[in-house]
Design a protein around this ligand. Structure first.
Ligand code: HH2
Length: 287
């Protein structure tokens, strides 16, 4: 990939780690911990210290069944965090995790560098905001809204349909005037997907490279790990690492994670394995 995000150029196969900052009362794994802007800023700084490449600040939980948050409330949660990070010279690009054009505009005005839209441009105003600001954007696959997405997790061929629907998202982005060279795509693990469908997407994740765009994947602490292992949401770092390794080996460039230090270590080892040249086979002995 070659993509400028804020002041940084993201070049090559990565892996690049996006550290999560959830300024919400109800996120599925860390709701309420970082609602206070000071705690959120500390969390972003911790991510930077642990080697994150960018941070993702969100003010609305997207867990299945989560109630929608009005734009003004989401802005009240997110903008002070972006402002404080910028005011204190935070060294990393800042992404805003929102599906609403109004929130994206406010966060970009406060100094955010990238928009992460889990709805894949459901709000046409978000497309306009991204096109006008000429910032990069992550567009994720989902169906419906967090309220009804799990009922829509019905596929004859999950990978084929996700690829086809991501192509439609790219077409929507082009119609909105977004430079497709600035788009990162994401299959949306757990969004309108059962655990089995998320696992199938992960197992075949390299197929998404046919879309010709850099990829971001967000496996962190998600329920498919709980379903496979029985681990509670407070104890899913090992399962997250397994998913991170699978993604890096398949060429995924960006990983969105809560636990930057352990995921970074795993991702760097996986990247070394990905990049290692196979040793030449030993010369036949004798004659
Ligand atoms: N997953 C979540 C939120 N945003 N963005 C992208 N691009 N990809 C993802 O997989 C993704 C995402 C859900 O995780 P989290 O933010 O921890 O939870 P919640 O939505 O409950 O705040």
């Amino acid at each position: 990939m070659k993509l400028r995000i804020g002041a940084r150029l993201f070049e090559g196969p990565g892996p690049f780690l996006m550290g999560i900052v959830n300024a919400t009362p109800d996120s599925f794994s860390d709701g309420g911990r970082f609602l206070d802007p000071a705690a959120a800023v500390d969390q972003a700084s911790r991510h930077a210290d642990e080697g994150a490449d960018l941070v993702d600040v969100g003010g609305e939980s997207t867990r299945p069944g989560a109630p929608p948050v009005p734009a003004d409330e989401e802005i009240r949660r997110v903008v002070p965090i972006v402002e404080r990070l910028r005011a204190r010279g935070f060294p990393l690009p800042i992404s805003v995790d929102t599906s609403k054009g109004a929130v994206a505009r406010a966060a970009l005005a406060a100094g955010a560098d990238l928009v992460n839209d889990v709805s894949g441009l459901a709000d046409p105003d978000l497309g306009r905001a991204v096109a006008e600001a000429r910032v990069p954007v992550v567009l994720m696959h989902t169906r419906g809204t967090p309220a009804d997405m799990q009922a829509r997790a019905v596929y004859a061929d999950v990978m084929g349909e996700v690829v086809a629907e991501l192509r439609e998202v790219l077409a929507r982005a082009a119609r909105a005037g977004i430079d497709l060279g600035a788009v990162v795509l994401d299959p949306g693990l757990g969004f309108a997907k059962t655990a089995e469908q998320s696992v199938e997407l992960l197992a075949r994740i390299g197929e998404l490279r046919a879309l010709g765009r850099p990829l971001l994947v967000g496996p962190s602490r998600k329920s498919f790990i709980g379903k496979l292992t029985g681990a509670p949401v407070t104890d899913r770092v090992p399962g997250t690492i397994a998913a991170v390794v699978a993604c890096v080996l398949a060429g995924v460039e960006l990983l969105r994670v809560h636990d930057v230090a352990p995921c970074r270590q795993a991702a760097l080892v996986a990247a070394a394995l990905r990049d290692a040249r196979p040793l030449p086979s030993p010369a036949p002995r004798g004659g």
